[in-house]
Ligand binder design. Structure first.
Ligand code: ZN
Length: 574
């Protein structure tokens, strides 16, 4: 059974109707269908009840996501601020309803018939989900949401004064990449001045989060929050031990390559020692910058997706015609970029803050990769299957960054080779940081009673292992181990971060394949996108003909070809 949607053709994002879900009515409607499901005498009746439950969930989820987009696009709008707060307060109650649905699903006498029709993974996800919730933690979840919002607001409202002008964290970024080293240093120092001024508030939020999450874990019957974190990420086929083995592979095989890349960078830049504000400044001639206005960039993206495949063409045409992208930086917009999905309108949505750096193009490949995947799996009835778990979802986005390599000429012109080198080297250099963020969280939740200062020490120690080149040039705030304060995932999405690293290793495999046989690589990719979230991470990896990143030897074998490519490039000409 597939979804059916009905909205007028030519509906654009501005027409998407927001109305606050009344929790009493939502609960009554949900309960009504749930009770029909529980009392159904046969599988057909159960499926009718399921359609009702799906409709309630779709409406609530669509309003939640619509509110999220409108709130993040203008955090100063009091209407959506209030609506966002309403969802902070109400979504745990909705989670409680979902949880009851999962219990009902798992105890259905017609489970075999349903599994035959919808796949077994829905039941696996239900089993994992019920571990993360009990009514007794409802108030804790509300508080956790409120703390996340508090952290996000501190960053969104940042005003950094620099050389007589006021910047937010996004608009400061290009200054931090200035061709002038002193400007880079001063801009970065100004940014960390903002974080230093807010350090106590940030540490206090995190301290509350850690203790709250530990309490939640104990109420749910777990030893600590790590297991809850994994279950929240819906991981069903790997464990912290396997992840630790992956981190070990990164430490052994990637850290040395990354260090050599920083050394090459130091030589290119012609400096005596790499400082942290040089790390993102890759070339003495400046980082490659995209050509043209945001409108021209989007027009070139449309050309690229038209040429890449009929599927990506149809997808991007819809993104444009229904106005499903908000790309340009404005005051009051939340920082960063994301892709979400408003299923009621079959609408992926891409949010970003263009700032004139090559990151603008990454949005149109990375976030568009997410959006293309959810678009490709929109016909699944259950929202659980629209997105895969994040480890797999990042394969779609990071691989799209690579599949679009042949079109980078459109955006970077004569600087394309430089962009390619930077992209691939950057992906390698990211991995050690990615696993450090992950290891940090494992330690933090293993020892929830650590003081903020002890947590900072842990972070600093991890930097020495995974980022041995890093030199903070005497910025005390960072030498004391507070770099992680800027990493929002640590606050808002515990245990998410390793997914970027796992997916990167998979995306590298697509990079390798695409260069030798585009047609078969693209066929594998499309199959992966269409499977959405209907399978677990390792099963999706298998479906796409990829090697598991947990297998011994995987990391080493994959990075071999990447290293050969990077070594073959004469970066002194950049
Ligand atoms: Zn992503």
């Amino acid at each position: 059974m597939n979804r059916t949607t009905s909205y007028p053709p030519n509906t654009t994002f501005d027409d998407f109707l927001y109305s606050r879900p009344n929790m009493t009515e939502v609960s009554q409607e949900f309960e009504k269908h749930l009770s029909k499901f529980e009392n159904a005498k046969d599988a057909v009746k159960q499926q009718e009840a399921l359609a009702g439950i799906v409709a309630v969930r779709e409406e609530f989820g669509s309003m939640f996501n619509l509110c999220y987009v409108r709130h993040t696009s203008n955090t100063a709008d009091p209407f959506y601020e209030a609506e966002n707060q309403y969802f902070d307060e109400q979504s745990p109650s909705f989670e409680a309803l979902n949880n009851r649905f999962f219990y009902a699903l798992l105890s259905s006498p017609f489970r075999n018939v349903l599994a035959e029709k919808y796949g077994n993974h829905l039941f696996t996800l239900a089993e994992v989900s019920i571990k993360t919730f009990q009514p007794s933690i409802l108030e804790d979840l509300k508080l956790e949401n409120a703390l996340s919002t508090e952290y996000t607001k501190i960053k969104a409202r940042a005003k950094v004064d620099f050389e007589g002008k006021s910047y937010n964290l996004s608009s400061l970024l290009p200054i931090e990449l200035s061709d002038d080293r002193t400007t880079r240093k001063n801009a970065t120092t100004a940014k960390w001045g903002f974080y230093a001024a807010n350090a106590e508030a940030i540490e206090n939020i995190f301290d509350q989060m850690v203790k709250l999450r530990h309490g939640i874990a104990q109420k749910l019957g777990f030893r600590n929050f790590t297991e809850v974190g994994y279950a929240r990420m819906h991981r069903s086929d790997y464990t912290p031990v396997m992840v630790a083995n992956f981190r070990r592979q990164v430490r052994e095989h990637i850290v040395p390559i990354a260090s050599r890349l920083y050394e090459r960078q130091r030589k290119r830049l012609g400096i005596n020692a790499m400082k942290h504000y040089d790390e993102d400044y890759k070339f003495a001639s400046g980082n490659p910058k995209p050509i043209g206005s945001p409108e021209q960039i989007v027009a070139n993206a449309a050309k690229m997706y038209h040429e890449l495949s009929p599927d990506t063409d149809a997808f991007f045409t819809r993104m444009q015609s229904a106005k499903l992208m908000d790309l340009v930086n404005r005051d009051g917009k939340a920082t960063g970029g994301y892709c979400t999905y408003i299923s009621k309108y079959d609408a992926p949505y891409i949010f970003s803050n263009f700032n004139g750096t090559s990151g603008d193009i990454d949005v149109l490949t990375h976030e568009a990769g997410h959006a293309f995947q959810v678009w490709s799996s929109r016909d699944f009835l259950f929202e659980e299957y629209h997105w895969p778990t994040a480890d797999a979802a990042e394969i779609h986005s990071m691989s799209m960054e690579f599949f679009t390599w042949p079109w980078m000429q459109l955006f970077f012109g004569p600087q394309t080779d430089k962009y390619h080198f930077m992209h691939l080297a950057g992906a390698i250099q990211f991995l050690p940081y990615g696993v450090a963020v992950d290891e940090f969280q494992h330690i933090v939740y293993e020892k929830p009673d650590m003081t903020p200062a002890e947590r900072n020490t842990v972070w600093r120690e991890l930097e020495k292992i995974y980022l041995p080149h890093r030199d903070y040039d005497g910025i005390e705030h960072l030498d004391r181990g507070r770099f992680w304060h800027k990493q929002s995932h640590i606050f808002n999405s515990p245990f998410y971060y390793i997914d970027y690293a796992l997916a990167q290793i998979c995306a590298f495999q697509f990079w390798v394949k695409d260069r030798s046989d585009h047609d078969s690589a693209w066929a594998d990719y499309l199959r992966l996108c269409r499977a959405g979230g209907s399978l677990s991470f390792l099963n999706l990896v298998k479906l796409a003909n990829l090697k598991s990143p947990f297998d011994d030897g995987c990391v080493k074998s994959v990075v071999g070809e990447i290293q050969d490519y990077l070594n073959s490039v004469d970066d002194s000409k950049f």
